[in-house]
Design a binder for this molecule. Structure first.
Ligand code: HEM
Length: 138
């Protein structure tokens, strides 16, 4: 009896372990993966015909460093963000909902080009989407 309960627990535990998703930070490829992701997104948004002009005066090294830091905790990586909060970072731009969607589209294109799987893209975008109201109309 005791051994069958133990067996049952073992089966349940291994089922949990196999169904639990990989930490998003790891699925993105850790520090190097996030750096690759951010480079792809920053390049695609900077070169985008619709929203590229917004990044005309942007210090790309600074922006990429902050975006790496921002995506790290969002994806459950163990680092912290030192940049402006999302309202401050986008204040004075009065970004529209359409521009937010353009940014998401450009990010998706960038991630596909860089070889990130759709499932991983969706997981990241689902974590960025709730920031929308802090980013637009500021
Ligand atoms: C969830 C979505 C977004 C995230 C996580 C995000 C993240 C960031 C971060 C971390 C910074 C740097 C903050 C700092 O200066 O310390 C920043 C700045 C900026 N973001 Fe966003 N952003 C988002 C959406 C957007 C959208 C939709 C646009 C435009 C369509 C945009 C355009 C910019 C621009 C132009 C800057 C300023 C760069 C500069 O200082 O020149 N962002 N953003």
């Amino acid at each position: 009896m005791r051994s069958s309960i133990a067996m049952l627990l073992l089966i349940l535990l291994s089922a949990c372990a196999t169904t639990r998703e990989t930490r998003l930070y790891d699925a993105l490829g850790g520090e190097a993966g996030v750096a690759r992701l951010v480079d792809a997104i920053a390049t695609e948004t900077r070169d985008d015909v619709k929203i590229g002009f917004l990044f005309e005066d942007t210090d790309q090294d600074y922006f990429r460093a902050r975006l790496r830091e921002h995506i790290c905790p969002i994806s459950d990586g163990g680092c912290s963000y030192t940049g402006l909060d999302m309202v401050e970072a986008h204040s004075g731009m009065d970004l529209s909902e359409a521009q937010f969607n353009d940014f998401v589209d450009a990010s998706r294109r960038a991630m596909s080009k860089a070889g990130f799987a759709i499932g991983v893209q969706n997981r990241l975008l689902a974590r960025l989407a709730p920031k929308r109201d802090e980013v637009i109309h500021q």
